[in-house]
Design a protein around this ligand. Structure first.
Ligand code: OGA
Ligand code: MN
Length: 197
């Protein structure tokens, strides 16, 4: 799926699932970068909330994260960041969102981990505008759990997305409720948010 068709689908419905955003080779390389940093102990438990209310609550959110910045983005991560830059420009031209930067982290959910139903925009920070979740898992099956449950309408029926390696899910951050169902395997992703000023 080209960047142009992703932009078109975002403009039409506000969300989009791209089954093969990364090739198997690119996904394998990015998974290796993620796992190398995880093995090196670079990750920390993700917190919920912001400011004084922030805290680690594994029953709400069970993943470990590592923020990505240019100093430790490997070659495979750079490929993704370049493609995201093209997406950012396309979205700005078509949707006038004024996206100006990206914050992104690797996320590793241990077996048993999940993330309760939520929106990605913090109550006290409305800068996150477009979410991008890219999965890095090999041979994921439905029995492995860890599905992304996604509500196209807040009070409608959700559908589930398999976190299969190479798949990208993108959506307007303030609009779509979603949840990570408990995973039975270690579950890897690179998750980011384009922000506006
Ligand atoms: C998040 C999130 C979804 C996923 O990190 O905010 O909702 O499938 N992640 O990992
Ligand atoms: Mn989320």
């Amino acid at each position: 799926m080209s960047i142009a068709s992703i932009v078109e689908e975002l403009a039409r419905q506000g969300w989009c699932v791209i089954p093969v955003f990364l090739s198997a080779t690119e996904t394998t390389a990015l998974r290796a970068e993620c796992l190398a940093a995880h093995t090196a102990g670079a990750f920390h438990a993700a917190a919920v909330g912001r400011g004084e209310a922030a805290g680690v609550r594994a029953e709400v959110r069970g993943d470990q994260i590592l923020w990505l910045d240019d100093s430790h983005a490997g070659p495979a991560a750079r490929v993704v960041l370049e493609r995201y830059e093209a997406l950012r420009q396309g979205v700005n031209q078509a949707l006038f969102l004024g996206l100006f930067d990206l914050e992104a982290h690797f996320a590793v959910y241990p077996p048993g981990g999940g993330y309760q139903r939520h929106l990605d925009r913090f109550r006290d920070d409305d800068h996150r505008s477009l979410t991008v979740v890219l999965y890095l898992n090999q041979d994921w099956r439905e029995e492995d759990g860890g599905l992304l449950r996604f509500w196209p309408e807040a009070d409608g029926e959700p559908f589930d997305i398999l976190p299969a390696g190479g798949t990208l899910v993108t959506f307007l951050s303030d609009r779509y409720w979603h949840e990570v169902l408990p995973s039975r395997r270690q579950r890897l992703s690179l998750t980011g948010w384009f922000r506006r000023r």
